[in-house]
Design a protein around this ligand. Structure first.
Ligand code: PRX
Length: 627
C-alpha cells in the first residue's frame, strides 16, 4: 500500500460544496442532531419532525419521528412545479443500443401510470411487492410507483435463480410480482419470465404477475394471474393523476435481501424519512452533485448501490441519472467510455471489479473517446488495489479527477467512510468518516487500537440512513449488529480495518463468513447449502482466494455421498446445480473432492485452515481441531 497523497486541484477545491473537514466533522459529531436537522432542511416535508431521533427503543432508532413525508414527494413531485419539470431525470441505454430519455415530467407520468395499475391490481399501503426485472426503465418506474402508493418494494437481482427468488417472495409474503419477459446480457437473452414462472410454482402467496415486454420471445402466461404491462397501460385504470401517499417518516420504503453468516438472507428494512435525508445528503456532499450534473452509477439497480445511487438520491437532488443495460465489456470494452462521451457524463461511480475488468483491455479503448466531461470518479464494494486505482485516476480521469472510494453497506443506506472532493487521497483508503458518522477501530473489548493496528470497525452513533430492522426478525437484527458492543451501543459493521497515523481508514476484510466476489456479497453458508442440496454432496466447505479480476473467487471442498465417485462430469453437474440454485455469481471457480474437512471439536468447519493450506501458508493454531 502506498502512502503517496493525491491532492485535489484548485478547480476541484473551488467547485466543492464541502470546503473544510476537521472543524465541520467535529461539529457534526458533537452536535449530531443539529447537523442532521440541517441536512433534513434540504428536503420538503408534509409535516416536520417532533424529534430528530427517537432513541427510546434503541437499536430500533426512529429518525425524524412525527414527520410526514414520502420519498417520491422529494424525488419527483417537488421538481414538477417549475421549469425543472422539463429537465432530464434519466437517460437509459439498452444493450442492443436502444435508448430512452425521461424528463421529470415524463417520469412522473410513467410512475403515476404504474402506481395506478398497482392500485387497481389490489396493492395496498404497507404490503411488499417483489420486483424481478432486468436493467430497464420500468424497473425504476416500478420501484418509484410502489413508494408512491406506500407499498414497499423488494427488488430481487435479475442474476438470481428461481430458488433465491422464491425464497424472497415467501419471506416478504408478496401477492404481486413484477417482472419482464427477459433482459439482454452479453448478446444473449436472460429468460426472466421462465425463471419467474418456476419461482411462482413455489410461491403460493402470488396472486398477480405483471410482465413488461422487453425481449419479445414467446413466454408462458397463466390466465387470470399473468398480465402484460403494456395491456394494462392501455386501460383507463392506468391514466389519471395518482396522489402520492403521505407516510410517516419511519414507514417502510423497501426491503433488500443481503447475505449474512447463516444460510438465510436478511431482509434489510429502510424507511422513507431518514433514508431520504441521508442518501441525498451524502450524494450531494461527496460527489458535489448539482442540478446540472449527469451522474452515472454503473451498478445494477437490484443492489443497494442502485437503489440509493441510481434511483433515489440523484432524483432527490434533481440531477440526471444514467442507467444502462448489459455489461461493461460488451459488445466492446469501450461501452463505458462510449456512454460517458455520448451523454456527457460528469461523474462515474463503479466498482473495483469493473475497473480491473476494463483495465485488462488496455488504455486505447479509453483514449478512443473524449471522456473529458468527467470531473469526479467513485468506487464501491470492496477495497481497490493500488494498480487499479492508479489506472482509474491516470487513464480514465487523466489525472484531473479525484476518486471517491466510498465504504458502506446495504445496512447503512449510503456512504459512510469516504473522501469529499477536497480530501487528499491515498490509493486504497476510503479516507475518513463522513460528517455525522462516528466511526472507529477497536479491539474485542471496545478499546481503541493504536494507529496502524488492525481492529474491528464500529459506528458509535446512529445515523439517519441506518437499517430499521431485519424483516420478521428483530432479534437477529439486534444479535448481528448490536450485541457485540451492547454495553456501548455501537453498530458492528462486520469488517476489520485500521486507522493510520493521519487518521485515514483502511478497510481490510470481512470478519464474518460473508464473502465478496466481484463486489457481490454472498454468505459461505449460502453457497455451502446450495452445494449440499445436490444429492451427490454430503458435506461442503467454501473459501475464497484472491482473484486478479474479481477480487476474490470461490473455491469449494466437497465430500461426496457414498454412492458417488469423483469425476469431471460430476464436478460440472454440481457447478450447474449451484448456478440454478443461486445464480451464476455463486458458482465456485473450483470444486475439490475430499475425504474429510478440518473441523473443531464442536463440529464447525475451520475454513481458515483450508484457506491457509490452499495458499501454502501456516494454518496457525490447530489446538481446537478434531482430527
Ligand atoms: O466489506 C465491506 C465491502 O462491502 C461490504 C458491504 O457489502 P454490501 O452490503 O453488498 O454493499 C456493497 C455496496 C455498498 C462491506 O462490509 N465494501 C463496501 N465498500 C467498500 C468495501 N470494502 C472496502 N472498500 C470499500 N469502498
Amino acid at each position: 500500500m502506498t502512502d503517496k497523497l493525491y491532492k485535489p486541484s484548485e478547480k476541484t477545491i473551488n467547485e466543492a460544496i464541502i470546503k473544510e473537514y476537521d472543524n465541520k466533522y467535529k461539529f457534526s459529531i458533537d452536535n449530531s442532531d443539529k447537523y442532521w436537522e440541517e441536512q433534513a432542511e434540504y428536503l420538503d416535508w408534509y409535516k416536520k419532525w417532533d424529534k430528530v431521533v427517537d432513541e427510546s427503543n434503541a437499536p430500533f432508532y426512529k429518525w425524524f419521528s412525527g414527520a410526514k413525508t414520502n420519498i417520491i414527494h422529494n424525488a419527483i413531485d417537488r421538481h414538477l412545479s417549475d421549469s425543472h419539470r422539463n429537465k432530464l431525470a434519466f437517460i437509459w441505454q439498452g444493450e442492443p443500443g436502444d435508448e430512452r430519455h425521461f424528463s421529470y415530467h415524463k417520469l412522473d407520468k410513467e410512475v403515476s401510470a404504474f402506481a395506478n395499475i398497482l392500485k387497481a391490481m389490489g396493492v395496498r399501503k404497507g404490503e411488499i411487492v417483489t420486483i424481478y426485472m432486468p436493467q430497464i426503465p420500468e424497473l425504476i418506474f416500478a420501484m418509484l410507483a410502489c413508494a408512491k402508493i406506500g407499498a414497499a418494494h423488494s427488488v430481487v437481482y435479475a442474476g438470481f435463480s428461481r430458488e433465491a427468488l422464491a425464497e424472497r417472495i415467501k419471506d416478504a409474503s408478496s401477492k404481486v410480482l413484477l417482472t419482464a419477459d427477459g433482459g439482454w446480457r452479453r448478446g444473449k437473452i436472460v429468460d426472466l419470465k421462465s425463471i419467474a414462472n418456476e419461482a411462482m410454482k413455489r410461491s403460493p402467496t402470488i396472486e398477480v404477475c405483471i410482465t413488461v415486454k422487453r425481449t419479445g420471445q414467446e413466454v408462458e402466461m397463466e390466465q387470470n394471474r399473468d398480465f402484460w404491462y403494456h395491456d394494462l397501460c392501455a386501460l383507463p385504470i392506468a391514466s389519471g393523476k395518482c396522489e402520492t401517499e403521505e407516510m410517516n417518516a419511519e414507514d417502510m420504503l423497501f426491503i433488500l435481501y443481503t447475505s449474512g453468516t447463516t444460510g438465510k438472507p436478511k431482509g434489510i428494512v429502510h424507511a422513507h424519512g431518514g433514508y431520504s435525508v441521508y442518501i441525498s445528503s451524502v450524494l450531494r456532499t461527496v460527489f458535489d452533485i448539482k442540478e446540472d450534473d449527469r451522474w452515472w452509477c454503473a451498478a445494477d439497480p437490484g443492489w443497494i448501490t442502485g437503489h440509493s445511487f441510481i434511483v433515489y438520491a440523484p432524483l432527490i437532488n434533481g440531477a440526471t441519472t444514467v442507467l444502462y443495460e448489459g455489461a461493461p465489456t460488451y459488445p466492446y470494452p469501450d461501452r463505458f467510455w462510449r456512454i460517458i462521451s455520448n451523454y456527457g457524463v460528469n461523474i462515474l461511480y463503479t466498482s473495483p471489479t469493473a475497473i480491473r475488468g476494463l483495465m485488462r483491455f488496455g488504455d486505447s479503448w479509453v483514449k478512443k473517446h473524449d471522456v473529458s466531461s468527467l470531473r469526479l470518479l467513485g468506487t464501491v464494494g470492496e477495497p481497490i488495489n493500488p494498480a487499479a486505482w492508479e489506472w482509474y485516476y491516470n487513464i480514465v480521469g487523466d489525472g484531473n479527477c479525484q476518486i471517491m472510494d466510498t465504504w458502506w453497506q446495504t445496512e447503512t443506506g449510503g456512504f459512510m467512510i469516504s473522501p469529499y472532493p477536497i480530501t487528499p487521497l491515498k490509493p486504497g483508503s476510503a479516507t475518513k468518516p463522513l460528517f455525522g458518522i462516528d466511526a472507529d477501530v477497536v479491539d474485542e473489548d471496545g478499546n481503541k487500537v493504536k494507529p496502524g493496528e488492525q481492529g474491528i470497525l464500529v459506528i458509535k452513533k446512529p445515523w439517519p440512513g441506518m437499517a430499521q430492522t431485519i424483516l420478521h426478525d428483530a432479534d437477529r437484527f439486534k444479535e448481528v449488529y448490536w450485541s457485540k458492543y451492547e454495553k456501548q451501543g455501537w453498530y458492528l459493521a462486520g469488517d476489520s480495518a485500521r486507522i493510520d497515523e493521519d487518521g485515514y481508514f483502511w478497510i481490510i476484510a470481512r470478519l464474518d463468513d460473508v464473502i465478496k466476489v466481484s463486489g457481490y456479497r454472498l454468505g459461505t453458508a449460502e453457497v455451502e447449502s446450495a452445494l449440499v442440496s445436490h444429492s451427490s454432496v454430503a458435506e461442503a466447505a467454501v473459501i475464497t482466494l484472491p482473484h486478479e479480476l474479481r477480487g476474490n473467487a470461490i473455491h469449494a471442498y466437497v465430500i461426496l455421498s457414498q454412492d458417488y465417485t469423483a469425476s469431471d462430469k460430476l464436478n460440472d453437474i454440481i457447478k450447474e446445480h449451484v448456478r440454478s440454485e443461486m445464480g451464476p455469481i455463486a458458482v465456485p471457480e473450483t470444486i475439490k473432492f475430499v475425504d474429510s474437512l478440518p473441523k473443531t471439536r464442536s463440529g464447525k468447519i475451520m475454513r481458515r485452515v483450508l484457506k491457509a493450506k490452499a495458499q501454502g501458508l501456516d494454518p496457525g493454531d490447530l489446538s481446537t481441531i478434531e482430527d
